[in-house]
Write a protein of this length. Structure first.
Length: 753
């Protein structure tokens, strides 16, 4: 009988290489986090060295604590050589090494809350990851090979893979899945082979048995990967994070989240065409969510300090002392998540199936539930300010009664201030209103809308924006408000949506009441993720908060009389533009582009972005032949598993010192007799069954086989090799006789049965 050590000479190194493959696959999965593939070349070296040290320590039979100490010391030296080469003495780390590495880590992680994956693979990030992976490698080797706990060995790697899904939204998901999945597959198959190679097999069958089990495991893992790659994108949107922390405990379905923050360093996210809400109104407006009053200079973002109280019906938000234009609206929430209810400024009364609270200072309305629910409808009455131009032109902008935070100026670069004041001086602007118009027109005429800008690494993102003269609504609104404050005027940034795509809602009204025959057309607007927007507001004494529009390609239809900017918004996609009437010109002037102003997704970028998330629309049609191949692979796998189970049972019988080869032969003969239509009765002895089976399967030797099986069951000695050979020969005759009388279809059915 083979001891099983021969196949282990192959399976042990294979399993060790499988552990290395898992570590490298995990490292490669960080392609979701980093730009390019240079990071993998850096991480592969410490991963491979950590693996070599762990394997050598174990094979030298060093105590696990001794091995851990050697591994840690080697890690310190290797990381010093790689990340702080000029600070070592005789190849060993020094205090300068610690300071250099600490500075690199601080430089990389100092702006972590503002970073947007994928990011450059800086030394600070890589040294931390290299150290963690080194620990993971030693832990995995110890768990899998010293303590025979292969599942526990995977836990750290799985946690790292999950973490990359949280940090990154839509970068390299498929590549990361393939890399990690391939590494995990190799590890699983080689571990399975190692386990089965140590089992007791029939003489001469250990290598073949081990290979068969490993092959079955490899097939199952391959199918699992195939299913994951083909079916996974159909189950979740490919731009969703592996774990979306915002969605834990909330209902299903894709929602657009507009976070009440605006960041100067922000990147623009996916310009979703998902419907977020529909509104019936007889004229367009900016549908405002909230206003951000506090500017956090350290993070270059605007935040809200609102204090909300419960209200019903009348919202209690004071309207400014200027002419007002009432606007009745009916909203239906479709894909808008979060707390804030959209509406034209200034909202005055709300009726509907949602309980609300109000912050009068920012004129914001929020739901008292955890978040807005799809299908929520409400009627909103607003009093839209229509400032008297004469009053506006002569108004001061001190805001003495406002919170001092609304006037808190941020120290801006002298270059930025000089550029803005130079514009005001050349235009001869006098008074707050004229100065705001000059700044607005300066941005719109001399700056370019560009959704590809990246000011994340800029020490002063406002100065970088003014120097480059390129950006999108985040930079335009933020910089405008900061410049207004630098002039001593109260200013803030509003977050919401442009009017949306006009539609006739007569046949499909918003709310429960159907349209009556003969009713006038119900004008409405379908607002999508690409309509998300941010704009500045400036406070004028005796007038109130006044919205301006510095972003090129955007225009507030309620403010044209004093901004001089016609209504504009993000253009509809080509297939939609053919059937949708625009609220106003949807193309920008020829000298400036007008792409979508959808701000970045908060799940993908820093928390300070007003942003739509991904949608669950059609992720693309998978060809029919792909599904056919998948079904065929699954069917073949099911058949292989069924046959493998039966074959495994026979092998286990043969490997049992009491049952031996005779038991396996009897089991095989009985199974083929069942195919021929003769099944054993529960209380039937082998001799009794053999007499019945011989009539259906006329093979000489049934009685002899039954006698051997009876002796095996009730005798005191295991049948000798001659008896086992004879039993196997009879079983082979039974199998051949039955199979000769079967059709091809019946043979397949018999094989699977």
């Amino acid at each position: 009988m083979s001891t099983g050590r021969d196949p282990e000479r192959v399976t042990l190194p294979a399993a060790e290489l499988g552990a290395l493959a898992l570590a490298l696959g995990t490292a490669a999965s960080f392609t979701r986090v980093f730009l390019g593939w240079g990071f993998l070349r850096v991480l592969a070296v410490p991963v491979a060295l950590a693996w070599l040290v762990a394997v050598a320590a174990r094979r030298l039979r060093l105590h696990v604590l001794v091995g851990a100490g050697i591994s840690a010391a080697t890690a310190v030296v290797v990381l010093t050589w790689r990340f702080a080469p000029g600070t070592s003495a005789l190849g060993l780390p020094t205090p300068d090494t610690a300071r250099t590495l600490a500075d690199a880590v601080r430089a990389s992680f100092g702006g972590f809350d503002r970073l947007v994956a994928p990011v450059p693979a800086t030394d600070g990030f890589l040294v931390v990851l290299a150290a963690l992976l080194w620990i993971f490698v030693f832990f995995a080797d110890t768990s899998a090979f010293r303590y025979r706990s292969p599942v526990q060995a995977v836990v750290p790697y799985l946690a790292a893979f999950m973490a990359s899904g949280v940090l990154a939204r839509d970068a390299g998901r498929t590549t990361a899945l393939v890399a990690f999945g391939a590494g995990l597959a190799v590890y699983a198959v080689t571990q399975r082979a190692l386990v089965v190679s140590g089992r007791r097999w029939l003489h001469g069958e250990s290598r073949r048995g081990t290979a068969a089990v490993a092959g079955t495991a490899a097939g199952l893992v391959l199918v699992a990967l195939l299913v994951g790659l083909l079916v996974g994108p159909r189950l979740v949107d490919p731009k969703d994070p592996l774990v979306d922390l915002r969605s834990l405990g909330s209902g299903g379905g894709a929602r657009t989240v507009v976070s009440p923050f605006v960041g100067v360093r922000s990147l623009i996210g996916e310009r979703s065409d998902q419907v977020v809400f529909t509104v019936v109104a007889d004229r367009p407006s900016y549908w405002r969510l909230t206003a951000l009053e506090d500017y956090d200079a350290a993070r270059a973002i605007w935040v809200s300090r609102g204090s909300y109280k419960e209200v019903e019906g009348d919202l209690g938000i004071p309207a400014p002392d200027v002419p007002l234009a009432p606007l009745a609206q009916r909203f239906r929430i479709d894909g808008l998540a979060g707390l804030w209810l959209p509406g034209a400024y200034v909202p005055s009364r709300l009726e509907g199936d949602v309980a609300v609270s109000v912050d009068a200072g920012s004129a914001s309305v929020i739901t008292r539930d955890r978040e807005l629910r799809s299908g929520t409808t409400y009627d909103l009455g607003s009093a839209v300010p229509v400032p008297d131009m004469a009053q506006l032109a002569t108004a001061t902008a001190r805001g003495a009664d406002l919170d001092p935070a609304d006037r808190a100026a941020t120290t801006l670069s002298p270059t930025v201030l000089a550029a803005a004041r130079g514009q005001l001086r050349r235009a001869g602007a006098v008074g707050p209103y004229e100065e705001m118009r000059v700044l607005q027109d300066w941005f719109r005429s001399e700056f370019t809308y560009d959704d590809t800008v990246d000011y994340r690494d800029a020490t002063d993102p406002v100065a970088a924006f003014v120097a480059e003269r390129r950006g999108f609504c985040q930079q335009f609104s933020s910089t405008f408000a900061l410049l207004a404050r630098s002039l001593g005027y109260p200013a803030r940034v509003a977050v919401g949506f442009t009017p949306g795509d006009p539609v006739d809602l007569t046949a499909n009204p918003v709310g429960s009441a159907p349209a009556a025959d003969g009713d006038a057309p119900a004008p409405g607007f379908v607002v999508r993720g690409r309509h998300a927007h941010a704009w500045p507001e400036v406070f004028f004494d005796g007038v109130g908060w006044v919205a301006f529009e510095p972003t090129p390609g955007r225009g507030n239809p309620s403010a044209e009389q004093y901004t001089g900017v016609p209504a504009e918004q993000a253009p509809a996609p080509e297939e939609q533009a053919a059937t949708t009437t625009s609220v106003a010109p949807t193309t920008a002037p020829a000298d400036r582009p007008a792409p979508s102003t959808t701000p970045p997704d908060p799940g993908r970028v820093e928390a300070g972005d007003a942003a739509p998330t991904s949608t669950t629309g059609d992720a693309g049609t998978i060809p029919w032949w792909t599904w056919a191949v998948l079904v065929a692979v699954l069917a073949a796998t099911a058949a292989a598993v069924r046959v493998g189970r039966r074959t495994g049972r026979i092998r286990r019988l043969r490997n049992d010192p009491r049952a031996g080869r005779v038991a396996a032969a009897w089991s095989e003969a009985v199974r083929w007799a069942e195919v021929a239509g003769v099944a054993p009765a529960p209380a039937e002895t082998p001799r009794e069954f053999a007499r019945r089976a011989a009539s259906a399967v006329p093979v000489e030797g049934w009685e002899e086989l039954a006698e051997l099986e009876t002796r095996r069951r009730f005798g005191t000695q295991v049948p000798d090799d001659a008896g086992s050979d004879r039993a196997e020969a009879v079983a082979a005759q039974v199998r051949g006789t039955v199979a000769e009388g079967l059709s091809a279809r019946q043979k397949v059915a018999a094989l699977l049965d």
